[in-house]
Structures are given as structure tokens and as C-alpha cells.
Design a protein around this ligand. Structure first.
Ligand code: MV4
Length: 449
């Protein structure tokens, strides 16, 4: 069996550092690519080689496929890890890697493509008996078909882009008029944002919980699930806090969701790490919504409760190793919570702030993990998203994890830019949060007014 000896990391920031760490522990050489805006990032010195691939704007660096492939060819790597965002779910990029004989560390081109089509993913889930939200059979071609679907399932409905995801470009409609208007607006938006006007429709579930299942699958048909993450706490489709286990989710529901996720993975002939997203309603019914064919930002909470290094597993799987363990070998221990630390200004509508972090004193102590590439003096480039790190805690139960998180947030000193830390200090005192009474409407309801 081949084992990779050198990998290229096609990403930046905290996830580039996260992948570097995994490679070091596997004794794999690393090549990291960077834009000139990231040239002073500390993690670059941890790599065996660092190659500048262009100026700050992503289109001329982290999204520039020819430059990344050139860097891979010049350094003779055997594989590329795309991290999340940028090229992570780009089937075209995975295809180019394959044609250049470079292993793409992620699922197959075919799996990325078929699950990227959300209407097709829904059909696939339904065909293997996984519950989906009532809705259209595949793509809805025009306003009249949309009205037909709504008459069948009843209002409210939600219009989604087939090639969308992460909540962008969705429209909720409560009657025929808003459906027709929403449909036409969503089509234009989808065409612009996702280069495809295709839409589908689902019954709208009010304030659901967002619960997702982590899966791992090897190239030989073995698939395991690593439990769930509750990602309900989000603001405008940006997740803020994720935790595992999902508070108040009965073991039977977790087990049923895990089995459902594995069925979908097998139906898609999925290999590598992936996430199956579900909505959970007040009665704890769960409904499949989509699959993320990448490692996700919030993967550490799963690592902390299972003890499994998901990036190392991705690399092992991509190199052709079998999983080597089964579902019965996965044990869940304690409770983990992650806070995304974003540099943003609450005074100007949470706009991302760039600028210099003049002082950065990370928290530590028992049960605390910080995944961040930031150090004192770090200048946040204006070109990328606002996340500057993730604070993760893991303790014996949710109450203890919350106590550790509050203590860690108090220790954490970041000066020079505004961050989401003050918001988290409020959330971790909130009556309903402390009781696990959370849903996707929580932040708006209690913290935006
Ligand atoms: C939904 C939904 C309600 N009903 N689907 C948001 C992320 C994307 N992956 C799917 N999302 C949702 N899908 C149905 N059938 C609610 C969300 C949702 C949401 C929708 C509108 C505004 C804010 C939201 C926040 C979280 C989840």
C-alpha cells in the first residue's frame, strides 16, 4: 500500500495549520501555498516548502487552479488537501487533480458532483428510505409548477437553489403571490451566484434545529458515523457555536440519524469524510437536507468526543488504506463545544474587520483546544472571511463544558480588533442556552432584536 510522502495544502489560515499538524504527526512532508497577503503568517514556517501563488484576492491565488496545480507539479506532491471553502467542493478541480495523477483528499469527482446537486441528493436519500422534508420531485421548472407543489404540500414553503447550499439564495413563501415573486427572484439570484437557475421546493419548517452527522467511508465500502453536531446557533447562515452531542437528542434518534447518514453515503458510493445535514423539528422528527462533501469548520467537536483525528483519517483513506474499524469501535465520550472566533464589528452590523491584532493571549488549561493561526501582531488580510480561530472545549458533560468555555473565553485576550467573544460570553449565560433550548432562530430572537 502506498503511503503519501508529500502533500500540498491548498488553503490558508487555521485550516492550513490544522492540516499541517496532521501531516507532521503522520510524518508526511508538506507544501503550503499562500497569497502575498498571507506571506507573514506564522504557519508557513512549519511547512517543508511554502510557495507564493499570487496576490491577495482569492480568484488570483487560492481559487486559481492552474497556479495550484503548477505548485503541486513543481514540488512533486502525491496529493492535495483542499481544506474547506475555496476549492474543497469543486468537482472540476478534483477532476483536474485526477487527470494530473494527484490524489484529491476528499470524495470522488462523481460523489462531489451528484451530491452537489441538492435535488438529486434529495432523490437519492428518498430512494433509500431516508426521511426528507415534503417537497418537489426534483427540479421545479417554472412558477406554475411551483404553485402546483405548494398546493400539494401547503404553505409555508421554502425555495432553494439546486446548486446552492449553506442557506444562500433561499426564499420563504407564505402564499401564492410571494411564491411567484420569490421563485423568480431566487432563479435570478441562483443564476448569478451558482451559475445555474435550477430551483427546488420544500415545506418550510419553522425554527428547526440543525443537526448534522459526521461520516467516514473508505474506498472498500466500509462506512461509519461519528455521531452528531448541533449547529443551530447561527447568524445569517454563519454558524457561531457547534456542539456534540446535540443537547436533548435521545440515543435512539442519534442512532437512527447515523444509520440514515450511512445509507446515503453508501447510495452515493461515498468515500472519505463527509457530513450529512438534517433539520430536526420540535417533535424530534429529522429530515435530510443536504450533504457537505468536505471536512467542515466544526469537525473538532467530533474529534474531541470520539478521539479520532478526522484529517489524519482523510489522508489515510485517500491513500487507499482501509478504515480498519467498525461502528462498534466508535465510542463517544463527554461533551464538546466550539466557538468560532470571528473578527467583526458589532457596531457596524457585524462587518468583518481587518486590521492588526496587537495582543493575542490564548486560553489554556484542562479541556481547552485552540485551533488558530493567529499570533500577536498578526494583520488580518481584507480578502478572506472573518474567522481567526476556533476555541473548542471538551469535558465530561455539557454543564462542565460550558463552565470551561466561560473560563476560557474570560482568559482569552484579543486586542486591536473586535471579535465575537463578547457575544459568546452572553450566550453562555443565557437561560435557554443553558437548558439546551436552542434552534436556528435563537440568535435572532435573543441577540439581534
Ligand atoms: C430549511 C429551513 C426550514 N425548512 N429547510 C439553512 C441552511 C441550509 N443548509 C438549509 N437551511 C434551512 N433549510 C426547510 N425545509 C430552515 C433553514 C434555515 C434557515 C432558513 C432561513 C433563514 C435562516 C435559517 C437559519 C438556519 C436554517
Amino acid at each position: 500500500m502506498k503511503r503519501f510522502s508529500r502533500i500540498l495544502i491548498a488553503n490558508r489560515g487555521e485550516v492550513a495549520l490544522r492540516i499541517l499538524r496532521a501531516c507532521k504527526e503522520l510524518d508526511i512532508e508538506t507544501v503550503v501555498v499562500y497569497s502575498s497577503a498571507d506571506k507573514d503568517s506564522n504557519y508557513l514556517r512549519l511547512a517543508d516548502q511554502a510557495i507564493c501563488i499570487g496576490p491577495g484576492p482569492s480568484l488570483q491565488s487560492y481559487l486559481d487552479i492552474p497556479k495550484i496545480i503548477s505548485a503541486a507539479e513543481i514540488t512533486d506532491v502525491e496529493a492535495i488537501h483542499p481544506g474547506y471553502g475555496f476549492l474543497a467542493e469543486n468537482a472540476h478541480f478534483a477532476e483536474i487533480c485526477r487527470s494530473c495523477n494527484i490524489e484529491f483528499i476528499g470524495p470522488s469527482v462523481e460523489a462531489i458532483r451528484s451530491l452537489g446537486d441538492k435535488a438529486k441528493a434529495r432523490e437519492m436519500a428518498r430512494s433509500v428510505g431516508v426521511p426528507c422534508v415534503p417537497g418537489s420531485d426534483g427540479v421545479v421548472k417554472d412558477e406554475n409548477s411551483a404553485l402546483e407543489v405548494a398546493r400539494h404540500i401547503g404553505y409555508p414553503v421554502i425555495i432553494k437553489a439546486v446548486w446552492g447550499g449553506g442557506g444562500r439564495g433561499m426564499r420563504v413563501a407564505h402564499n401564492n403571490i410571494s411564491l411567484v415573486n420569490g421563485f423568480l427572484a431566487a432563479r435570478t439570484e441562483a443564476e448569478t451566484a451558482f451559475k445555474s437557475p435550477e430551483l427546488y421546493i420544500e415545506k418550510y419548517i419553522d425554527k428547526p434545529r440543525h443537526v448534522e452527522i459526521q461520516i467516514l467511508a473508505d474506498n472498500y465500502g466500509d462506512t461509519v458515523h461519528l455521531g452528531e453536531r448541533d449547529c443551530s446557533l447561527q447568524r445569517r447562515h454563519q454558524k457561531l457555536i457547534e456542539e456534540s452531542p446535540a443537547p436533548g437528542l435521545p440515543a435512539e434518534v442519534r442512532g437512527a440519524m447515523g444509520e440514515a447518514a450511512k445509507k446515503i453515503a453508501r447510495a452515493a458510493q461515498y468515500a472519505n469524510a463527509g457530513t450529512v445535514e438534517f433539520l430536526v423539528d420540535r417533535e424530534l422528527n429529522f429530515y435530510f437536507i443536504e450533504v457537505n462533501t468536505r471536512i467542515q469548520v466544526e469537525h473538532p467537536v467530533t474529534e474531541m468526543v470520539t478521539g479520532i483525528d478526522l484529517i489524519q483519517e482523510q489522508i489515510r483513506i485517500a491513500s487507499g488504506e482501509p478504515l480498519g474499524y467498525g461502528q462498534e469501535d466508535i465510542q463517544f465520550r463527554g461533551a464538546a463545544i466550539e466557538c468560532r472566533i470571528n473578527a467583526e464589528d458589532p457596531a457596524s452590523n457585524f462587518r468583518p474587520c481587518s486590521g492588526t491584532i496587537t495582543r493575542f493571549v490564548p486560553p489554556g488549561g484542562i479541556g481547552v483546544r485552540l485551533d488558530s493561526h493567529v499570533t500577536s501582531g498578526y494583520q488580518i488580510p481584507p480578502f478572506y472571511d472573518s474567522m481567526i480561530g476556533k476555541l473548542i472545549v471538551c469535558r465530561q458533560d455539557r454543564g462542565a463544558a460550558i463552565a470551561t468555555m466561560r473560563r476560557a473565553l474570560d482568559e482569552f485576550q484579543i486586542e486591536g480588533v473586535n471579535t465575537t467573544i463578547p457575544l459568546y460570553k452572553e450566550i453562555f449565560k443565557h437561560f435557554h442556552f443553558l437548558r439546551g433550548n436552542i434552534n436556528t432562530g435563537f440568535i435572532e430572537e435573543y441577540f439581534l432584536g
